[in-house]
Ligand binder design. Structure first.
Ligand code: NAD
Length: 334
């Protein structure tokens, strides 16, 4: 099959080319994101392969349908960026990589916690400049702290196991309980989790229910000085409310790998550009905020898995053997 691969970075090309070796698929690598004006680049292709920040709204789906695209191959797990109902109505299949390495993301959440707490990023810079002082590098023991995990699916469950290893007490909230959490944590109502957690880590998908889950009201319910970690989707947090919470000290630490307006910023080198997004610039001024640019998934293991599953999805679509678990259907967005 001929596949237009949008938003290609050099590392995507490297892993996808390896996975495509020996198949009959022709991958057309495009640096451009999938936008209305770049749809025509997929002319002659049966499928498009896209990533988290390609926004496939109903208009783009309609345009893809008009040029004969029959498959959207997501090289990610989340599908909040695709209008699934519109795709279904146009008979375009949407396949994803439901699991690649929950460990990659869970371990990154741990990295954010450890860095914010023990300030190793600051210590690294200080020592390189010959500053061996410990002033303002004070942290706290994780042992004995209460950690709230919101969303206990594949990533949340691994995260809970890992942070349990530090001697933390785990409180969990999910719409559905995961048996893997038995003996590790205790499911509680969301408000109890907000009230009692020293650290809150978000591992639920972005849905209408979870949009701005962290907002002025929920922040007010949290412990003063709470640490909030978000490796899921930017829009789980209302950034304006987070900024206010940081200003008053209600939020003591914020670690984010995702940001609500990340599409125009992340995955690009903007070091010589004027960044127009005032909210992220304000966030970057806080000494207790740590931002990474959606890299939680980015391990060799995960990239191999993503590339292999994406190519397998394309083959399965071609041969009519689609794996039910990899297909995204309208029922999943109800
Ligand atoms: P998953 O489907 O295995 O688990 C998600 C869990 O969230 C499920 O248990 C589900 O019941 C729960 N959930 C759904 N709605 C909820 C709600 N309203 N309140 C509480 N819980 C709710 O997904 P996963 O593989 O663990 O991934 C979780 C999220 O991580 C993805 O949706 C994606 O947004 C994000 N992610 C980020 C990266 C990254 O690089 N930063 C990489 C992969 C995934």
């Amino acid at each position: 099959m001929k596949v237009a691969v949008y938003n290609t970075k050099p590392y995507d090309k490297e892993y996808l080319e390896k996975a495509a070796a020996g198949t009959n698929h022709e991958l057309v690598f495009l640096e451009s994101p999938l936008k209305e004006r770049s749809v025509k680049l997929a002319e002659g292709c049966d499928a498009v392969c896209v990533f988290v920040n390609d926004n496939l709204n109903d208009k783009i789906i309609e345009s893809l349908h008009c040029i004969g695209v029959k498959l959207i191959a997501l090289r990610c797990a989340g599908f909040n960026n695709v209008d699934i109902v519109a795709a279904y109505q146009k008979n375009i299949k949407v396949l994803r990589v439901p699991a690649y390495s929950p460990h990659a993301v869970a371990e990154h959440a741990i990295a954010l916690i450890l860095t914010l707490n023990r300030k190793t990023h600051k210590a690294y810079n200080r020592v390189r400049e010959g500053n061996f002082s410990l002033d303002r590098l004070i942290g706290f023991d994780l042992n004995g702290k209460t950690v709230g995990v919101i969303g206990t699916g594949k990533i949340g469950a691994v995260f809970a196991q890992l942070i349990k290893g530090f001697g933390c007490n785990i409180l969990a909230y999910d719409k559905f309980e995961n048996k893997e959490l038995a003996g590790i944590g205790q499911y509680v109502p969301m408000d109890t989790l907000f009230n009692q957690s020293d650290i809150i880590s978000l591992h639920c998908p972005l849905t209408p229910d979870t949009h701005n889950l962290v907002n002025a009201e929920s922040i007010a319910k949290m412990k003063k000085g709470v640490m909030i970690i978000n490796t899921s989707r930017g829009k789980l947090i209302d950034t304006e409310s987070a900024i206010n919470g940081l200003k008053t000290g209600q939020i003591g630490y914020l670690g984010i790998d995702v940001y609500e307006q990340e599409e125009s910023i992340f995955f690009k080198d903007l070091s010589e550009s004027i960044i127009a997004d005032d909210k992220i610039m304000r966030l970057m001024t806080f000494p207790n905020v740590l931002i990474t640019a959606h890299q939680a998934f980015f391990t060799d293991n995960a990239m191999v898995q993503i590339a292999n599953t994406t190519l397998q999805n394309i083959t399965d679509f071609e041969t009519g053997n689609i794996k039910h678990s990899n297909e995204v259907t309208p029922e999943m967005v109800k």
